[in-house]
Design a binder for this molecule. Structure first.
Ligand SMILES: Cc1ncc(COP(=O)(O)O)c(C=O)c1O
Length: 390
């Protein structure tokens, strides 16, 4: 055992932090509670003025023509896929994303075609997607993972060349931009989640934005039983509506969203500087022209430089008072749920996605993370890295 290893908190050494750093700060503020309370007192519990206000503000902030609240980010994906695709269509989807982006394709009777991710940005590899286009390919469902936009220009070119519809899963990318433009200006539909831990968290909740009037109408009908007039059901739909308690919390939190996002951006810049100085620890690479919302700050280990695996590394970090999370422990093609939907013909097991699951780790990220704390998180990472350096 080296002397550095002996001093690790996991080996009974003194931890860098006396008490653990907060991984996230999703707590409501008194004004959020008051906003929800006002709706409760009003008795207007269904989707009404507060949902409409959130839609208007979201559409303005993301640059999308139409924004429609819905029950959650998973419903938002269903509302996007249903009007754009037909059962049996092939849709290109990254193997490196949260389950819902792909599982809702399967739920809609669509065929996922697994696309690899770029090693540096960890976002969908559009060149790999291009190789997997067949005459049956009708769309691309790409996630702005961790909040970092994918290469939307390359996707737009691919979509144009093959007449593909594009859905962006923006569940982690509220207020992300590309070339200064709101993320809602790209693709046919964008979907968002307001799950409790998201940058704009309301408990459960979601939004879908589109830029085409006809598509907006179809989504609105699907969201509420195909109802075009009171008890007139023009088409089959669901009840995927939000409610005004959620809408009020969303509006109240929205007041702070830009400031909080900018605080995350400053924290990410600071992390990049601190981690960039530690050999074998790789800060996330940014997509050209993109400004991430930094839902997560997910770094990687160059495992060749260490004697330990990622899980041993993060366990030691945890003992130093730095909580981490793994987004994600498996590529989707390795998830039991997709075993009937993986074959050589539809992309197999994309190799970069497979290896990312062994080396990524997310560090604390939220709007209250200050510079001195990030410096000390860097100290803890450097301490663990030194202890396990090959
Ligand atoms: C990338 C991504 N897509 C979709 C979802 C699903 O959103 P929800 O949990 O609101 O259904 C999430 C939420 O975890 C997500 O992170």
């Amino acid at each position: 055992m080296t002397q550095a290893t002996a001093s690790l908190a996991v080996d009974s050494g003194t931890p860098v932090f006396d008490s653990p750093v907060a991984f996230m700060r999703p707590q409501l503020q008194p004004q959020d509670v008051e906003a929800a309370h006002a709706v409760l007192k009003s008795g207007m519990l269904r989707a009404a003025g507060k949902c409409a206000e959130l839609e208007a503000r979201f559409s303005k902030a993301t640059g999308a023509r139409h924004a429609m609240t819905c029950a959650n980010g998973t419903c938002a994906l269903q509302l996007a896929y249903a009007p754009l695709f037909e059962r049996g269509d092939e849709v290109l989807v990254p193997a490196w994303t949260y389950v819902a982006t792909a599982s809702m394709l399967v739920a809609a009777g669509l065929k996922p075609v697994w696309v690899d991710s770029l090693e540096d940005t960890m976002q969908i590899d559009v060149a790999d997607a291009a190789k997997k286009v067949t005459p049956n390919t009708k769309g691309i469902a790409a996630t702005h993972l961790y909040g970092m936009p994918v290469d939307v220009n390359a996707i737009a070119e691919l979509a144009k060349a093959h007449d593909l519809k594009v859905v962006y899963d923006c569940a982690q990318a509220h207020l992300s931009t590309v070339d200064g433009k709101g993320i809602g200006t790209f693709g046919d539909a964008c979907t968002y989640s307001f799950y409790a831990t998201k940058n704009l968290g309301t408990g459960e909740g979601g939004m879908i934005t589109v830029n085409d009037d006809d598509l907006a109408r179809k989504v609105a009908l699907l969201r509420s039983h195909g109802e075009s007039d009171k008890y007139l059901h023009e088409s089959i739909g669901f009840n995927y509506r939000m409610n005004d308690i959620t809408g009020a919390i969303g509006c109240s939190r929205f007041d702070r969203l830009l400031d909080e996002t900018n605080a995350r951006r400053a924290a990410a810049d600071h992390y990049d500087r601190v981690l960039g100085a530690i050999d074998g620890v790789l800060p996330p690479t940014r997509t050209a022209g993109a400004d991430s919302a930094w839902h997560l700050y997910t770094a990687k280990l160059d495992l060749d430089q260490f004697t330990c695996d990622r899980d041993t590394f993060t366990k030691a970090l945890h003992a130093e008072g730095v909580p981490t999370a793994i987004h994600y422990p498996r590529s989707l093609t390795r998830q039991p749920a997709f075993q009937d939907f993986v074959s050589e013909a539809n992309g197999g097991h994309p190799p970069v996605a497979d290896t990312l699951s062994t080396k990524v780790f997310s560090l604390p990220m939220h709007h209250e993370l200050d510079g001195p704390t990030i410096e000390r998180i860097g100290e803890a990472v450097a301490k663990v890295a030194a202890a396990y350096r090959r």
